[in-house]
Write a protein that binds this ligand. Structure first.
Ligand SMILES: Cc1cc2nc3c(=O)[nH]c(=O)nc-3n(C[C@H](O)[C@H](O)[C@H](O)COP(=O)(O)OP(=O)(O)OC[C@H]3O[C@@H](n4cnc5c(N)ncnc54)[C@H](O)[C@@H]3O)c2cc1C
Length: 327
């Protein structure tokens, strides 16, 4: 029997949309393999009613409903997940590909001597083992990977297509009462840099208005903010913008930033380097605004607006406002 365990990541008591998507994708995988079962793990005190109607399929969710697990601590989380894995008997562990899982999954794979398949986009489950397909070399090639060990850990990138699993879910919550956790901590908590509550995480946003060096300066992002607000989206940034301190690192998209999967991605004053494109391959629609008609971003854009963004953006804003007024 294949037993799949999904780590449901929360921040400040809110379960991440990316984790919910992974749960539903693993349910799809289980539906293709009748001899399989899905379970989940949640760490931290939170209201589980937020999961009503969003988790599809069936299974059990182990919940360590304790305040001390609200804040991520790699040592404690690694132990909690390893203990739950043992209790559940799962042979595959799935994470959404997030900053947390990039820290926790490698730690677990070493501790548990498990195969680690990171940044997977598609499951390759034609054979007995579930492998994965993911981009390599900054997105210039696609490679297939197969696990070698009996215990496997997967981190899965978001994708813009939604899950097709049905939502008449039969999910049981089981309280975990972890013991033996001491206050000893090799990684003392230093400082928390909170994201503004009114901002969505770029990794989860459906609409992203991203700016590059071409925006000019930090003040130039006001128009991008306005467009994002009108469309119900959020602002993203290229690396030079973050290096310049115009925008926070949490908004950086690309190889050394976040991987995003929005329905619409506006690239304003972004040249389209391979390192930036590595983070936006799953965007459904790419709209590029650039004053250089030969900018590489236009090779991959669905809509190309050639012009100075300081002229194009105000016109686009007026058009969107007009459109919204008429609705
Ligand atoms: C190991 C490594 C990892 C990296 N990781 C990342 C990453 O995660 N994310 C990332 O983004 N980059 C990353 N980079 C950097 C990457 O190589 C590029 O340097 C970067 O993406 C370029 O950012 P940009 O497009 O904003 O700036 P530029 O390449 O300088 O492009 C600016 C664009 O703005 C246009 N422009 C200028 N003025 C205007 C105007 N008024 N109106 C309209 N258009 C205008 C220009 O024509 C140009 O195309 C990485 C690099 C390395 C080596």
């Amino acid at each position: 029997m294949n037993k799949y365990l999904v780590f449901l990541e929360q921040r400040e008591g809110v379960v991440k949309k990316a984790s919910i998507e992974i749960w539903n994708r693993v349910q799809e995988l289980a539906a293709r393999h009748p001899d399989s079962a899905v379970s989940g793990i949640l760490a931290g005190s939170l209201d589980i009613r937020q999961l009503d109607g969003v988790l599809g399929g069936k299974g059990v969710i182990y919940h360590a409903n304790e305040e001390r697990f609200l804040l991520y601590n790699s040592r404690h989380y690694a132990r909690l997940v390893a203990d739950t894995l043992k209790r559940d008997g799962a042979t595959s562990l799935f994470f959404a590909d997030t900053a947390l899982s990039r820290d926790l999954a490698p730690r677990l794979s070493v501790n548990l001597e498990a195969s680690l398949l990171s940044g997977c986009e598609v499951f390759d489950d034609a054979g007995v083992d579930v492998g994965c397909v993911r981009p390599v070399y900054s997105g210039s090639a696609i490679a297939s990977f197969a696990p070698e060990r009996s215990l496997r850990i997967y981190t899965i990138s978001s994708r813009s297509t939604r899950s097709i699993i049905s939502f008449g879910s039969h999910i049981e919550f089981i309280a975990l009462e972890p013991s033996g956790f001491t206050s000893e901590n090799l990684f003392p908590f230093v400082r928390r840099i909170a994201m503004r509550k009114d901002r969505q995480d770029v990794a989860e946003a459906a609409i992203i208005v991203a700016g590059g060096r071409g925006v000019g300066d930090a003040a130039g992002f006001e128009q991008l903010e306005e467009l994002a607000l009108l469309l119900g989206g959020t602002v993203g940034a290229s690396r030079p913008v973050v290096d310049e301190g115009w925008r926070p690192h949490a908004e950086q998209i690309g190889q050394t930033g976040k991987t995003v999967a929005p329905a619409i991605y506006f690239a304003c004053g972004i040249s389209g380097s391979v390192q930036h494109l590595a983070g936006i391959g799953s965007a459904s629609i790419l709209v590029a605004i650039n004053n250089d008609p030969h900018a590489p971003i236009f090779d991959v854009a669905d809509y190309a607006l050639v012009g100075d963004l300081h002229i194009v953006l105000p016109k686009l804003l007026d058009a969107v406002k007009e459109f919204l007024k008429k609705r």
